[in-house]
Design a protein around this ligand. Sequence first.
Ligand code: PLP
Length: 415
Amino acid sequence: MMEKIVQSLRMERENPFCAYLYDLSKLRHHVHRLMTTLPSSCRLFYAIKANSDVTLLKTLAPIVHGFEVASLGEIEKVRAVDKKIPILFGGPGKTQKEIEGAIHYGVTLLHVESLHELQLVNHIASQKGTTVSILLRVNLRSSVPNAQLKMAGVPTQFGIDEVEVPNAIALAKCLPNLKLLGFHFHAMSNNGDSKTHAYFVDHCFEMEKTWQKEWDIDISYINVGGGIGINYQDVEEQFDWDDFMKCVKKVVEKHKDANWQTLFECGRYITSSCGYYAAEVLDIKQNHGKNFCVVRGGSHHLRLPAAWKQSHPFTIVPVEKWPYPFTRPEVNESVITVAGELCTPNDVLARDISVPRVRVGDILLFSYAGAYGWAISHHDFLSHPHPEHLYIESNSIKSSDARTEDQRDESYMFS
Ligand SMILES: *Cc1c(COP(=O)(O)O)cnc(C)c1O
């Protein structure tokens, strides 16, 4: 379906095609399925830093239990979409203004990342004559072995060191304007294995139970974070969500005496698969014995593969139109490297990929681009035009309704 849409969009345009495409029906369908398979004591939040596009937030707000945010800016983005939806607020280095904003906007839980932050939140809450419900974010001493990025189990700027947790609990308990309701354990990113992820959840339960017993805390929540991965190398082999849910059911059953709500705050796994990045091939050339396809676009739109030094998966959308009176460059049954339009050798989207055929004017369609794509990229490096942002509903396509002035993408309606 996406191939046909891209071909017809290209037909309507004069300039080389470059766009983010979001399939909103696919997003809805995917997240509905996640929600219906959750055990009844679990809650699924969307971590909006993965992609805080307003159209995606509007699509997700009626489906998920809430949003997880990491700044006042993100709180405001959520509140612009939904005045009431539950918000979890975490992240290191919260400022006074952010904490005041969190109170003002009715954040449900604030994840406290250090002993100093405990004091600061309590101080601000007492000045405002209110109480703030908190979870303590913990950096456990052990971690999940195969995750791509580790926020815990290793020294990082995140959370309170496991060995310091008793001090943090003691302090939280005697600060009058804080209500300690549990712990937060986000510890990794892009974990591909359902069994190790479930094992991690069980380990979090064990730790939280130990602290609850030792310190007699009245706990309501356990937040096990996000970190469920996408397999960018082999798109047919994705995280086994059904198996994960089967294992999580066993874990919550095992710990049902605790009677806590289990919170998940996933980013990548929620929006990655609904997003596509399309970039037209501008040039094909051989350099030092390798084939390079240069596209309209690059890592200033999709930084993820360059950041992680990996190839991003793509398919080739053939475009038959060729307007010039000279030979169209192409390679057949070849290995190509896909580079962007920036003047840096780091601007590579995929390296050494075998393709049957690719021609100048064909469009490369990168899948799994809906999370940590546009959101983490340096859009204005080299001042090329931004990509279009298009939203697909089963039979119509809309351009972004949230464009800022500096975005030079065209408006487009399709029916
Ligand atoms: C980034 C982040 C998430 C989401 O992580 P994903 O890997 O995208 O699921 C959740 N919680 C916290 C605290 C984060 O920083």
